[in-house]
Ligand binder design. Structure first.
Ligand code: TYD
Ligand code: MG
Length: 408
């Protein structure tokens, strides 16, 4: 029989010790920023991203700095020690404080940790790790959960900072980072288009900091290089002063993402003008062309029109309407849009501009990425915070938007 005296008593919060968390730099300022000012000792950070995006590269590169003041154990289930050595050499990561082992068994991993007593543990990847006590295969939800739980206990119990790599597919929905988000301290997503070299690191969850910071990198032959002026990179390859392109900001899940919309409008030789759209809903594009003809007064109906989202993105949000309209008008009128301008807003059938959800978040992303002007729906625009250096241009309809964007 349990006596009332055995029950653990709650403690007044004022009597608890509040040792501030200990942080250390990773040597990558962009990563430190996303982490909220460096990695927190004894925390577990999940680094998610599509295969091939550069997660292993990022983790191996930070070893250089980490090894200056700590012992790092890099456990890879994806590559052999030899392959790791080659990669480390290529990235100029050479330290006798970096220990690598190719391992997929959780029990053996825990044993290595007991033997090596590292300060930092990197696990690459959670999908290759398995606990032999479970029947399910490596990468299944139960394995991924169980192994993460064990790593979490390691982080908290032995004050080891653990970075865990997890692969996600394009929808971000596989057994991996998504099912683990609630368990870990920090979830970072490493994103980018396979065909371009820039990569963006975002925090989807952070127990020790804000989640609205992003880190931008460029993948080069020598590894990931931090990008100090992200907008420059995002705009790289973007033709300067060429008509028919406009940038917008869409939400990918909870995260704002900038996308470039390109349009080409040319007079048609056919009775049935050609329309194609790539990455943009075809019917929506047809509707926008009709609105442009009837409400914007541009005679686009007899023209061939092509719409393309650069970088293979697929936009299914009305918030991208305005940028599509501006790009189409820009091509039709043969007048370029300023390279530092972004347009956000839903377009209605009367040509009116309607507001979109998460506008403040989108605008702050536009600001963070260094753009100078942002066209937004006028409705409740006054309630938005005014970011320094970003001019907000509230408009009521597509006519105002086109005049503002093309400086007519
Ligand atoms: P990697 O870190 O292996 O991706 P992940 O661990 O997320 O699956 O990166 C893979 C890609 O990065 C690969 O296609 C080659 C490229 N890469 C470079 O361009 N430069 C480099 O220095 C390295 C190491 C990789
Ligand atoms: Mg990898």
């Amino acid at each position: 029989m349990r006596s009332p005296l055995d029950v653990r008593r709650a403690c007044p919060v004022t009597e608890l010790e509040s040792s501030d968390e200990i942080r250390f730099p990773t040597g990558m300022g962009e990563l430190d920023r996303v982490l909220g000012g460096g990695a927190v000792k004894g925390s577990l950070v999940l680094v998610g991203g599509a295969p091939g995006i550069g997660k292993s590269t990022l983790m191996l590169q930070i070893c250089n700095k980490l090894c200056e003041f700590s012992k790092v154990l890099y456990v890879s289930g994806e590559e052999s020690e030899h392959q790791l050595k080659l990669r480390a050499r290529r990235l100029c990561v050479e330290s006798d404080q970096l220990f690598v082992i190719s391992e997929t068994s959780l029990e053996d991993l825990l044993e290595s940790v007991t033997l090596e007593k590292p300060d930092v543990l990197i696990v690459d990847s959670i999908q290759t790790l398995y606990n032999s006590k479970l029947d399910s295969p490596a990468g299944s939800v139960s394995q991924v959960r169980d192994c993460t739980m064990a790593l979490m206990q390691l982080a908290k119990g032995q004050n080891i900072t653990v970075f865990v790599i997890g692969h996600v597919n394009k929808e971000g929905s596989i057994a991996g980072p998504k099912v683990l988000e609630h368990m870990v301290d920090c979830v970072l997503y490493f994103e980018g288009d396979q065909h371009t070299s820039y990569r963006i690191l975002r925090a989807a969850k952070n127990r020790f900091g804000a989640t609205n910071e992003i880190g931008v990198f460029e993948m080069q032959d020598s590894g990931l290089v931090e990008v100090e002026n992200p907008s420059k990179l995002l705009l790289s390859g973007r033709p300067e002063d060429a008509p028919g392109t406009c940038v917008t900001c869409v939400m990918e899940g909870v995260r704002p993402v900038l996308a470039e919309i390109q349009a080409l409008v040319v007079s048609s030789t056919s009775n049935n003008p050609r329309r194609t759209s790539n990455g943009f809903d075809y019917n929506r594009a047809a509707m926008l062309l009709a609105v442009l003809e009837k409400r914007g007064g541009l005679k686009v109906f007899s023209c061939d029109a092509y719409l393309n989202i650069v970088g293979g993105l697929s936009l299914d949000e009305p918030a991208a309407d305005l940028a599509a309209i501006v790009a189409l008008a820009s091509s039709y009128l043969d007048r370029p849009v300023s390279n530092s301008l972004v347009a956000i807003g839903e377009v209605g059938l009367t040509g009116e501009l309607r507001t979109v959800n998460q506008l403040a978040l989108r605008v702050s992303e536009v600001h963070r990425l260094g753009f100078k002007q942002c066209i937004i729906p006028a409705y409740r625009a006054g309630e938005l915070p005014k970011p320094n250096g970003l001019e907000l241009i509230p408009v009521h309809n597509i006519g105002e938007a086109i005049r503002a964007a093309l400086r007519l």
